[in-house]
Design a binder for this molecule. Structure first.
Ligand code: AMP
Ligand code: MG
Length: 322
């Protein structure tokens, strides 16, 4: 964790929204109320701003983040929005339903929001102030719940102050959240929809509208469980962790000012040894080296502290035998 920063708390009005937009544009963090819980928001197109979400929350792993939009139209450049998505969006948006959809390859959303998957979770929140903020920013906002990792989700600005003071630039106080529990999450990636997280909108309601069965997550579909993500994010190349040497037929994922010499291709996650910068680049770097068609990627050791733990967690999953 970097040094603590000055956190301001503002009543949610027009001027506060202007302030929030300016902070988000600059890569800062803004906590804001939605109808479900307070979200910890960052410009979803800015890799290092998204990496800051993970360090502010102290998350030990990179789980995917929900991207928030002012309306359906705004998310069309980022995901493939099929007929089923249209039906659900018409019925429930703006509202407490999150759709997991295939990501468009040309999307500018940080790969960190997808935690390396080829999908993206999207939602249009209900409160007008939240949508005003999103519309003025005119960029998607990645926002998990605004609490420290392992703590309960905040439904009042005071909770966010307790959890994140010194870690975010601004907390917008819009009073208590009317719903108070997280959004329902449904995946529309496969042939059959899968309910990934129960919430205020029930699986039965969704099934009725879609006119087809909505599967409950089980051992094989529970993408929220850490194991599932590991099998989803699977580079073709083999990963060799904690490398202390590299051979000419290998690619190198380097870290720090003294990269190993002699690899066929090299990407340095952070020549300065900055873990936030490394986190911001991780998924794009893995993809790029993987696409180069090299059998093995040697990975230099990453310090196992702060965001380094989340980076190592992800690297270990990617290196696990399949
Ligand atoms: P939170 O961090 O509290 O906003 O929770 C986000 C929820 O959405 C978690 O349960 C995630 O696992 C789920 N989620 C977000 N993006 C995806 C995705 N691309 N695929 C599957 N689940 C996702
Ligand atoms: Mg949460």
């Amino acid at each position: 964790m970097k040094d603590l920063i000055q956190t301001r708390v503002l009543q949610l009005d027009r001027e506060a929204i202007d302030e929030a937009v300016a902070i988000l544009r600059n890569g800062g963090l803004v906590a804001f109320p939605t109808e479900t819980v307070y979200g910890l928001g960052a410009d979803a197109t800015n890799d290092s701003a998204v990496a800051r979400i993970f360090s502010a929350k102290g998350r030990p792993s990179f789980n995917p983040l929900i991207c928030h939009y002012p309306d359906t139209e705004a998310l069309l450049p980022d995901v493939y929005f099929d007929a089923r998505a249209q039906v659900l969006a018409k019925a429930f948006w703006p509202g407490a339903l999150t759709l997991v959809l295939p990501r468009r390859p040309e999307s500018r959303v940080s790969l960190l929001c997808s935690a390396g998957l080829s999908s993206l979770a999207v939602r249009v929140p209900a409160p007008q102030p939240a949508r005003d903020l999103l519309a003025r920013l005119a960029r998607p906002v990645a926002a998990p719940s605004a609490n420290r990792s392992g703590k309960v989700s905040p439904t009042r600005a005071e909770h966010v102050v307790e959890e994140l003071e010194g870690r975010v630039e601004l907390i917008l106080d819009g009073g208590p959240c009317p719903v108070g529990v997280e959004s329902t999450v449904i995946s529309l990636l496969g042939e059959q929809p899968v309910l990934l997280r129960p919430g205020g909108i029930s699986g039965e309601q969704l099934a009725e509208l879609l006119g087809e069965e909505v599967l409950q997550p089980d051992a094989s579909t529970a993408i929220t469980s850490p194991g599932m993500l590991s099998s989803h994010y699977a580079p073709n190349s083999r990963l060799r962790l904690n490398a202390t040497h590299v051979s000419p037929e290998e690619a190198l994922l380097a870290f720090g000012p003294k990269p190993l010499i002699g690899a066929k291709r090299e990407i340095n996650l952070s020549p300065e040894g900055d873990l936030q910068e490394a986190a911001a680049r991780l998924f794009a770097a893995l993809r790029e080296l993987d696409a180069a068609g090299i059998t093995t990627i040697a990975v230099m050791p990453i310090p196992d502290q702060g965001l380094g733990r989340a980076i190592n967690d992800r690297l270990q999953r990617a290196a696990a035998p399949r």
